[in-house]
Design a protein around this ligand. Structure first.
Ligand code: KG4
Ligand code: ZN
Length: 334
């Protein structure tokens, strides 16, 4: 099955062409530089930038895969969760193409896309596995028992992990998106410099990161009164360690309780090397294998949407020509 896939849920416009779950062509156009002056994603700007580039990327992908429109056999697109206006661009273009070519239109849940990034390799995870989803909008621990079969073990009660990285970065005067910049600073700092809270660490599988963000803000305010220069690296390292401690503890606790020996990390924060290293090292101690996608597939991309669309179609054989965007789509509603 030759499948055209699209991702426009936030600030990346991405197009991929896959043969089943093998990538034939893949383009990701990041809008970061357009949003950076505002310190975060401006929804209207995101929609406009998607509109400007999506058709160009489709043409490029067809050329790279040495295919034409008539070779396409299905079209997969993210329809939620995400920014409404941004999602609308991908869904509208996908609907038009599927309708003209009379091919199935597969609506893909963005977070299942992140999970299915792990199925673009020759060695996909074996069911059941635990998935730690850590993105800009979500933090979840999920037990995945089969294709599109999952149980949510826990999720954040306030900020997502990526959101906490972005907000703390802003407090430390680091550019958007904060995650990669906090990670860089943390490499130079002492993670024990500030004893930031590990909220709800030993209480079930839900997460809370807003208290941690406030603790960093209050520390920064206090430090600024005492000195002109801020120990940015120490603050970044201590903050990052507090997030990682909680994520790793709960993920491995879930493995132990559910007798699962494989963990996958999904979503933009899975690009964080310190998180990957700590989870891998701690996992090893309890014989849990930890896998994260290649760096290029950690953050938003259309290849993962293509893989998720392919497995969705294999399982449900559904086409949805009347697809509409669902900005707050729950994980188990697909
Ligand atoms: O999955 P994603 O690309 O978009 C959403 O679906 O939200 O995740 C974006 C998030 C941002 O909050 C960004 O700061 C974070 O992932 N991120 C990182 C790193 N790279 C991206 N967080 C920590 N360390 C990183 N290296
Ligand atoms: Zn994402």
């Amino acid at each position: 099955m030759i499948l055209l896939a699209m991702e426009t849920s936030c600030d990346e416009t991405s197009i991929a062409i896959l043969n089943k779950n093998t990538i034939l062509a893949h383009y990701i156009s990041s809008q970061i530089k357009h949003h950076q002056p505002y310190g975060g994603v401006v929804p209207e700007l995101a929609s406009r930038k998607h509109t400007e580039i999506i058709h160009i990327l489709i043409e490029k992908a067809l050329k790279q895969a040495q295919l034409t429109y008539s070779d396409l056999q299905a079209c997969a697109v993210t329809y939620g969760p995400g920014l409404e206006g941004a999602l609308l661009i991908g869904v509208t273009v996908a609907k038009a193409i599927a309708s003209v070519l009379q091919i199935p239109l597969i609506g893909v849940h963005h977070l299942w896309g992140h999970i299915y990034a792990h199925f673009l390799t020759d060695t996909p995870p074996q069911f059941p596995f635990v998935c730690l989803i850590v993105s800009g909008g979500h933090t979840m621990l999920v037990k995945v028992t089969g294709h599109y079969e999952a149980e949510i073990l826990g999720q954040t009660r306030d900020d997502a992990a990526g959101e906490a990285f972005d907000k703390v970065a802003r407090v430390l005067n680091l550019a958007y998106p904060g995650g990669p910049n906090i990670e860089k600073e943390a490499l130079l700092g002492n993670a024990k410099a500030f004893p930031f809270p590990r909220a709800m660490k030993k209480q079930g599988y839900d997460f809370s990161f807003s208290g941690l963000k406030t603790a960093v803000m209050q520390t920064v305010i206090k430090l600024k009164k005492e000195s002109d220069s801020l120990p940015v690296s120490d603050l970044a390292a201590s903050f990052q360690k507090a997030v990682i401690d909680v994520l790793v503890y709960k993920t491995l606790k879930a493995c132990e309780e559910h007798q699962i020996s494989e963990v996958i990390i999904a979503g933009g924060v899975s690009a964080n090397q310190a998180l990957k290293n700590t989870l891998t090292e701690e996992g090893l101690k309890q014989k849990v294998k930890v896998v994260s996608p290649p760096l290029s597939l950690c953050t938003d991309n259309a290849a993962m949407i293509g893989a998720a669309g392919y497995f969705h179609y294999q399982k449900f054989q559904q086409t949805n020509p009347h697809l509409t965007v669902r900005p707050s789509l729950p994980l188990l509603d697909f």
